[in-house]
Ligand binder design. Structure first.
Ligand code: 3H9
Length: 695
């Protein structure tokens, strides 16, 4: 790989206080270890190494965090000197003790840097972790070799393959952190600690030299095979977890330097992989969604200190929880006491389940429940800052609610609808203040799913949009901005999948064939398993035309809950091919005059179900329903569990080539008609050799 020497200005400040050198790095926003930071570190440590007055060195960061890792945007480009490995060798082999002072989030290469230091002090509120796996990578600056030497193999495997961040106290228990500092006192605590180390004349110890925590795992390959088996479902389709396991195996079985070489080799393979490119793309895609051309980041936002939720069903209850979880009080409105009690009961039991898993305390349950004001009737919403309507999908009901809200809500309150496909502009027109109306489309279960579609109406005010985007982040949601159309982005995008599955199943492939192809692609389940799970009677249906689903319902085959649906189910709810469903499918196909085309390849099935999604994505872009292709990918991955390692439908389309997709769609169009007609944007990009997502 090429090497380039960086000459940019230093981002380091060096001070020497009473024999302790302090290297302070200030590279906003997150002190990522890009080329300039690396050069600054290199220069600073070389300088202090030669300064005889300096007896120990503290490495600390300015701004919101300790180093948040390598600079992700540098992967796949020529590496600029100095490399991390060079700096790490320099620090680890210093003849004076080096101490990392960690605040904010010490992540990835940042934590790895701390692990080459001889001591670590962290602010009590700090978090550390090795999240590289989420980028399809592994900790490639010694993390897979040093972490196991402190925490042992089992914990190291778990921490590195999950990418989980841990708090400073837990990190101290695991031996990663030597001492904690109170918030605001990190610098002084770290300097004091360094002085003490010097005063004690402690011998320099390096993590790389520790053996005891890994020695225990030598000659026990079953630790690794058990770990692989236990997590096989979780790791399916991802490349990084297996590479991580291999690297940790190397930590156990090889000498340190050879382990480091193996880690570097595995990292190189991952960096070049499509999976990691896709996951790195998703990282930046998630952060780009809030960049809205006509809503600049300094747009003022409206304060939201209280929320009203109309409807305490599954959706309303889940939405309420997202606010309770961040301490925002919720007035929960229902039409009957029974419905209200039921809704409150579900919220409580959701929290109790979380508590059972040890993820919240009993007193926290009570604190959150106390933030709810249950109410019968909309009048209770007269002074909340934001109202979210989450009643069933009926335009007339929603219009009635919004016209009443118009009378009741205080001026300036934001009036939101959770509609998943109705015309938000029509709902807004039921009020005298359409500028305050916005769509907040949550995905079920709303307290779990991260996607939130923020739907801007024709007249929605810019500060209302800015407020919704900010509130989404504050409540742990990933927003994307959509304009009004039937189904907005995620539901509209994905609707061809079930439509095409239902058409294709009449032509020969069985529900199991089709579901298997979707599962192999990376979805958790296929469209028929999903339909059976949700219930065939509750899926949207059109009674005016005969459908296969309608035929199954007419025979009382409602899915998993009753008599099976597309599948039969055994006592353990395992789906089995159903002769009854097969007969109904054949009868329906005959009645519709659909020809059986016999066996289809997996590739054909995938193309038939997924290429129309790419095409729909192109139409969504053409109509400016979504701002950018990467927003569509975020919607698919977070709203529909589209496999993240493909980067979502638009990135995947770019990966396999747009001309191939256009050719397939044209062939489908010839055979089945114009629903497959390639979108003009797709045709154009394919013709020009361009892509949806690559810049
Ligand atoms: C690694 O370390 C590999 C090594 O093991 C091996 C090397 C050989 N690089 O998230 P935010 C940008 S891999 C470049 O909104 P927050 C981000 O794009 C790395 N840019 O803030 C955004 O830019 P913009 C392992 C980065 O407060 C801005 O910073 N580390 C990086 O909600 C603010 O980000 C990770 O995976 C980066 N590393 O959260 C940690 N990090 O303003 C990744 C952030 O233009 N980072 N940016 O949109 C995070 O998890 C969060 O950013 C963090 C802050 C928790 C730190």
């Amino acid at each position: 790989m090429n090497s380039v020497v960086v000459t940019d200005k230093s981002v380091a400040t060096i001070s020497v206080e009473d024999g302790i050198g302090v290297v302070s790095i200030d590279s906003p926003p997150v002190n990522a270890l890009g080329a300039v930071v690396r050069q600054s570190l290199n220069d600073s440590f070389r300088q202090l190494a030669n300064d005889a007055a300096v007896k120990a060195i503290v490495l600390i960061c300015e701004g919101r965090t300790f180093f948040a890792g390598a600079d992700i945007s540098e992967f796949g480009r020529p590496i600029q000197e100095p490399r991390l490995a060079t700096i790490f060798d320099l620090i680890e082999n210093m003849s004076k003790p080096v101490l990392a002072a960690i605040h904010g989030t010490g992540l990835g290469g940042g934590l790895e840097l701390a692990l080459v230091c001889h001591h670590r002090v962290a602010e009590r509120t700090a978090k550390v972790g090795l999240p590289e796996v989420k980028l399809g990578l592994l900790p490639g600056a010694g993390g897979t070799q040093r972490l196991p030497r402190i925490v042992g193999i089992e914990d190291a495997l778990e921490l590195i393959t999950s990418g989980r961040q841990i708090g400073a106290a837990e990190a101290q228990r695991l031996g990663l952190i030597d001492a904690l500092a109170e918030p605001g006192a990190l610098r002084t605590t770290a300097i004091q600690f360094a002085r003490q180390v010097v005063a004690d004349g402690r011998p320099l110890t390096r993590i790389r030299d520790r053996e005891d925590a890994i020695a225990a795992a030598r000659g026990k390959p079953e630790i690794f095979s058990d770990f692989r088996t236990k997590n096989s479902r979780l790791f399916r389709g991802f490349r990084a977890p297996e590479a991580i396991v291999k690297a940790v195996e190397a930590a156990v079985n090889l000498p340190f330097e050879a382990g480091i070489a193996r880690e570097r080799e595995l990292l190189g393979e991952l960096v070049a992989s499509v999976e990691s490119q896709a996951q790195r793309y998703m990282f930046f895609a998630e952060r780009e969604t809030t960049k809205i051309p006509d809503v600049p980041s300094d747009t003022p936002v409206r304060p939201v200190k209280s929320v009203g939720v109309i409807g305490a069903g599954t959706m309303g209850g889940g939405i309420a929880m997202t606010f309770l979880n961040v301490g925002i009080p919720v007035t929960l409105v229902e039409t009957s006491q029974a419905a209200l009690d039921r809704g409150l009961g579900v919220i409580r039991s959701n929290y109790e389940n979380t508590a059972k898993k040890g993820r919240m305390s009993v007193s926290q349950i009570e604190e959150r429940m106390e933030l709810i004001t249950p109410a019968l009737g909309l009048d209770a919403l007269s002074d909340v800052d934001l109202v979210i309507e989450a009643v069933f999908e009926s335009m007339s009901v929603k219009k009635e609610i919004f016209s009443k809200l118009d009378q009741i809500a205080r001026p300036g309150a934001i009036l939101a609808s959770n509609t998943s496909f109705l015309d938000l502009d029509e709902i807004a027109e039921a009020t005298t203040r359409p500028e305050d109306v916005i769509g907040l489309h949550y995905f079920s279960p709303a307290n779990v799913m991260r996607l939130l579609e923020v739907v801007r109406g024709e007249k929605t005010a810019l500060d209302v949009i800015a407020t919704a985007m900010k509130l989404a982040k504050q409540t742990g949601k990933q927003p994307i901005l959509a304009r009004v159309c039937n189904g907005f982005v995620a539901n509209r995008l994905m609707s061809p999948r079930s439509r095409q599955a239902e058409a294709l199943v009449l032509e020969g492939p069985t529900p199991s064939d089709i579901d298997r192809v979707m599962v192999e692609y990376g979805f958790a389940m296929g469209p028929f398993q999903m339909a059976d799970l949700v219930g065939l009677d509750v899926l949207g249906r059109n009674d005016s035309i005969r459908t296969l689903r309608g035929d199954l319902v007419a025979k009382d085959r409602l899915g998993q809950k009753k008599n099976g649906g597309y599948y039969d189910y055994d006592e353990r709810r395992k789906p089995q091919p159903s002769p009854v469903a097969a007969r109904l499918i054949a009868e329906f196909a005959a009645a519709q005059g659909v020809q059986n085309r016999g066996v289809q390849t997996d590739e054909d099935i995938r193309a038939r179900l997924l290429f129309p999604i790419v095409n729909e994505g192109a139409r969504i872009l053409e109509e400016k329903i979504a701002l950018r292709a990467s927003d569509i990918d975020v919607a698919a991955v977070l709203g529909y569990n589209w496999p993240a390692y493909t980067g979502g439908p638009m990135f995947w389309a770019d990966t396999i080539g747009l001309p191939l997709i256009v050719a397939n769609l044209r062939a489908f169009q010839d055979q089945y008609g114009d629903t497959f007609k390639p979108a003009a944007l797709l045709e154009q990009l394919a013709k020009d050799g361009k892509s949806f997502t690559r810049k």
